[in-house]
Design a protein around this ligand. Structure first.
Ligand code: F6R
Length: 605
């Protein structure tokens, strides 16, 4: 949440704007920057970075900081946007995170200061200045360090001042990276914001740093540490739309390739996991939670390991009962979701082995987890997750294979004919064929797209929409519902087919539209039952299915899925919802890449 950029170099203003544009997916309700000539100048605006770019003067400066905001304290407006300036006007500061004790700090140290904004962040430059003055203006780094000791909560902070020509920064929970490019330094909330990725340093948690004539980093005892850069130049942050109108559509069309790249990557690595796994716990949020629900079904069905799925913000408070040999898996596209990271810390405290599945190498989750599987979906810029969700499910399928093989190893002596009976089920080596996988990686999104425009036109007129499905299809219904409401602002809800008659059927009338997903052959009759219950009450049904042989003449529309091996259908059955939500959103005139009130990386609890 929120993006921070700072640059020390030559003519920094366009460089700050460039970095902010790369980070805009982290938050975009307002933005601003401060730069120094002999004094500090600040420019702010509500809305996108393009608005800020139009306002910046043609001035040369060697240091500056910028910020793109996702509001937590105080509405999006210029006075609440960053940078915040100390009362003297001499310190300008940007902050990502939440200071939980800002009111106490204000009362304790800054009672005589009149704050201008409604934010927690405005405390920061004032408290730094308070300690700087108290310590006889000797050492700004020490004053910064004193202020940090007082903060409770998460933060990534960068500031400049009129007292020197340095950029100071620090972090706790919220990430910060620094890159060196020639004799210039760039600071960013994540690698995506960096112009050059050849020499990158991830600031460790609770460390502080300063960009003066050179670059110095100090640990939490203020002892200077050695800086070792890592080369991330192979981490392609493609911020071009490649001819697509929005990133969302581009990213939907990238789904087959994201799976292919992940498949190739998984072939080259080994999963580093405990030898004995008797239970699995998934903890994640939003779309990543939905992929964990699919993972549960795969793993329980094919590998016979019991699985629990938790929503991270709930897991933190639900007194989880630890089971023996539990592997705790944290799925997070961004690797930075605060609830997920806190849950991971909790799981470690409970003694569980932790595995991260993420799309962002070196993100915070990878630094905390015992083991990591990096997906290769490529950077996802649109706030709504599309290719990351489908890639997560593919990774969970491969994890299922790993667990099957692990069991096979354990039971080698009785495994004569490549199958194994455990409990009441047969465990097979692999739940799909190589050809089946190849077909998945070769799907053509335009084939699914064929009927979407027509359906989107109908749905864009609605105030609410119901989505139903059974088993795997119910998970797709939940994720489809999230996608549509997230970007088009049409209220949607999702039900298992069999639940309609327990309440929601009372809402169905001549004006109702229901999307029904039907991808499991053995459940066709049950899903058709639900469809007919709706149609006989005047409701209109749009069916999503791969089955061309089923009579769906009662449905007002049918969207056909590619004919794939059944295990892959939860991966592709969401794609019509990706396309529908995109097209509905465009028809309604909204920006699908930047839905209101949301941000890509949710680094606050
Ligand atoms: C919805 C969406 C969110 C994220 C959720 C978790 O389209 O993207 O629901 O899935 O905020 O984010 P990650 O996976 O980064 O932990």
């Amino acid at each position: 949440m929120c993006g921070i950029i700072a640059v020390k170099g030559q003519n920094v203003l366009p460089k700050i704007i460039d970095g902010l544009k790369r980070l805009e997916y982290r938050g975009y309700d307002s933005c601003g920057l401060s730069y120094k000539t002999d004094v500090i100048h600040t420019v702010k605006t509500i809305g996108y970075i393009d608005n800020l770019e139009k306002k910046i003067p043609n001035k040369k400066s060697n240091i500056g900081i910028g910020h793109t905001r996702w509001a937590t304290h105080g509405i999006p407006c210029e006075k609440n946007s960053h940078p915040h300036i100390s009362e003297s006007g001499k310190i300008a500061c940007v902050h990502n995170g939440i200071l939980e004790n800002y009111k106490e700090l204000k009362d304790k140290y800054l009672s005589n200061i009149k704050l201008k904004s409604e934010t927690d962040s405005e405390i920061i430059p004032n408290l730094i200045e308070y300690f700087y003055n108290k310590q006889n203006r000797k050492n700004l780094l020490k004053a910064f360090f004193s202020a940090i000791q007082e903060f409770k909560g998460s933060f990534a902070i960068a500031f400049i001042s009129e007292y020197d020509n340095n950029i100071y920064f620090a972090r706790n929970q919220s990430p910060l990276v620094i890159s060196k490019f020639g004799d210039e330094f760039f600071l960013s909330s994540d690698v995506n914001g960096l112009y050059s990725k050849n020499q990158v340093f991830y600031l460790p948690n609770n460390y502080v740093g300063v960009l003066s004539d050179d670059f110095h980093v100090y640990d939490n005892n203020l002892q200077e540490i050695d800086i070792k850069y890592t080369d991330y130049s192979n981490m392609i942050c493609d911020i071009n739309k490649d001819g697509f109108e929005y990133f969302m559509l581009k990213e939907i069309y990238e789904i087959p390739n994201a799976i292919k790249k992940t498949y190739n990557h998984l072939k080259t690595i080994e999963f580093v996991l405990p030898e004995k796994i008797d239970n699995i716990l998934f903890v994640s949020c939003g779309t990543s939670y939905h992929s964990s629900l699919v993972g549960k079904k795969y793993i329980e069905k094919y590998a016979q390991v019991p699985v629990e799925c938790e929503i991270a913000s709930e897991f933190l408070y639900n007194d989880y009962l630890v089971k023996p040999n539990t592997l705790a898996i944290f799925i997070t596209q961004s690797g930075e979701t605060a609830d997920t990271l806190k849950s991971l810390e909790l799981a470690k405290n409970l003694g569980l082995f932790t595995l991260a599945i993420t799309n962002v190498p070196n993100s915070s989750v990878t630094q905390l987890a015992d083991s990591t599987i990096n997906m290769q979906a490529g950077v996802e810029i649109c706030v709504a997750s599309t290719k990351a969700y489908t890639t997560q499910i593919y990774v969970l399928l491969e994890l299922t294979n790993f667990l099957i093989n692990q069991k096979k190893e354990l039971y080698k002596s009785i495994d004569k004919n490549r199958t194994l009976i455990e409990g009441n089920r047969t465990i097979n080596y692999i739940p799909y064929s190589e050809i089946g996988l190849q077909n998945l990686m070769d799907i053509n999104i335009s084939d699914i797209d064929i009927r979407i425009d027509k359906v989107a036109e109908k749905l864009a007129k609605l105030k609410h929409l119901h989505i139903i499905g059974k088993n795997y299809d119910y998970i797709t219904a939940m994720e489809g519902s999230l996608k549509i409401k997230e970007i088009s602002y049409i209220f949607t809800d999702a039900y298992p087919c069999g639940e309609l008659k327990h309440g929601t059927l009372s809402l169905i009338d001549n004006d109702s539209y229901v999307v029904a997903i039907m991808t499991e052959r053995k459940l066709i009759a049950k899903t058709l039952n639900a469809i007919h219950e709706i149609i006989s009450r005047g409701g209109k049904v749009i069916c999503i299915t791969p089955f061309v042989d089923v009579d769906l003449s009662d449905a007002c529309d049918v969207i056909f899925l590619p004919d794939l091996e059944s295990v892959f259908l939860p991966i592709v059955s969401i794609i019509p919802f990706h396309l529908l939500s995109y097209k509905i959103t465009r028809l309604l005139g909204y920006n699908p890449d930047k839905p209101r009130n949301l941000a890509k990386s949710v680094t606050v609890e």
